[in-house]
Design a protein around this ligand. Structure first.
Ligand SMILES: CC(C)(COP(=O)(O)OP(=O)(O)OC[C@H]1O[C@@H](n2cnc3c(N)ncnc32)[C@H](O[C@H]2O[C@H](COP(=O)(O)OP(=O)(O)OP(=O)(O)O)[C@@H](O)[C@H]2O)[C@@H]1O)[C@@H](O)C(=O)NCCC(=O)NCCS
Ligand code: ADE
Length: 272
């Protein structure tokens, strides 16, 4: 697979996620969920602002010739810091894709590395981010992730990366592979499969407590046990969940990011 195709799949993943609807509390073309400062056009602008970064991330992966993959991550991080700035410039300082710059950047880079050197993307990411929680967290309390580590001991997206995104690898991707129906239904059901197991730091921040995670897991399990979006009962429950999330100002930014990664890997592996 050429680098251009990897980059295209990264951009497609961002756009496929945002058009999928109705997502509880998240932005889609029908409704802005619990994000009055965002809309779908902003997500399109944000996605396109990251095109150059995905090319750089893929080139970093393709050209890296060292042994210690943490050095590859350092190079990626420098590009990621610039990409975050480009994203904020494109969105008038609204945080549309901060998590995706980190996670999708990692997958884009690791996929390109694997094109040249072989190996498994998830394992490459583990090697790239080894020691990241210890390195980054426990000192400052500027970002939501840093504060949550000090308050609850949760490592957020960095901890997911260090263990190689097992929720994507072992749960969401196999789930996506066996879904059927139209793509919107398949992606909504995959999102709720993720929600049924994730510790979403964005949701914890919005709710101001960790108990919300257990509640969200139960809602997503109920949706899946109703048969998902392909059934009348599942569809009704999804609309109800969207209403509740908006009423409580809850969002699922981290879950959206893992859906983006799952879509990316699904495209890379020909499942979509
Ligand atoms: C490592 C960074 C991502 C640092 O971020 P932070 O310290 O904040 O770390 P986390 O909170 O752990 O995670 C950041 C974002 O990751 C998404 N996320 C959350 N939980 C998970 C999870 N379990 N698995 C995967 N991903 C997860 C989530 O991003 C999404 O939510 C954002 C939208 O949220 P929003 O409601 O707007 O929230 P706020 O902006 O906080 O404002 P309010 O609306 O509440 O007022 C959106 O970004 C989604 O993508 C988490 O937010 C990284 O930024 C970093 O290290 N930066 C330095 C440079 C760098 O390394 N760049 C990357 C190069 S590889
Ligand atoms: N559709 C979406 N709405 C809100 N935050 C997000 N982060 C990633 N995708 C998102």
């Amino acid at each position: 697979m050429a680098i251009e195709e990897i980059v295209q799949n990264a951009l497609k993943a961002l756009l496929y996620e945002v058009v999928t609807n109705p997502k509880p509390g998240l932005v889609d073309p029908v409704d802005v969920g619990s994000h009055p400062d965002m809309n779908v056009y902003m997500f399109i602008d944000s996605s396109l602002s990251l095109g150059k970064y995905f090319v750089q991330a893929a080139e970093i992966g393709f050209n890296f010739a060292g042994q210690d993959l943490r050095q590859m991550f350092e190079l990626l991080r420098q590009a990621g810091i610039k990409a975050e700035k480009a994203m904020f410039a494109a969105t008038n300082n609204v945080n549309t894709h901060k998590g995706a710059v980190f996670s999708l950047g990692l997958f884009d880079c690791a996929s390109s590395y694997c094109q040249k050197h072989g190996g498994n993307e998830f394992e490459i990411i583990q090697m790239m981010t080894k020691g990241l929680v210890k390195h980054d967290l426990g000192k400052k309390s500027e970002t939501a992730g840093e504060r949550q580590f000090l308050q609850y001991g949760k490592g957020g997206v960095r901890a997911e990366a260090e263990v190689g995104y097992p929720l994507v690898r072992n749960v969401a991707l196999p789930f996506l592979a066996q879904t059927s129906g139209d793509l919107n239904t398949r992606l909504l059901d995959t999102l709720m499969k993720i929600v049924s197991e994730i510790e979403d730091s964005n949701l914890i921040k919005r709710a101001g407590n960790v108990e919300v995670i257990d509640w969200a897991h139960k809602q997503a399990q109920k949706y899946l046990s109703l048969g998902g979006y392909g059934t009348q009962a599942g569809k009704q429950f999804m609309l109800e969940l969207n209403r509740i999330f908006k009423e409580k100002n809850y969002s699922l930014g981290g879950s959206a990011d893992l859906l983006i990664i799952t879509i990316f890997m699904g495209l890379q592996r020909g499942m979509i």
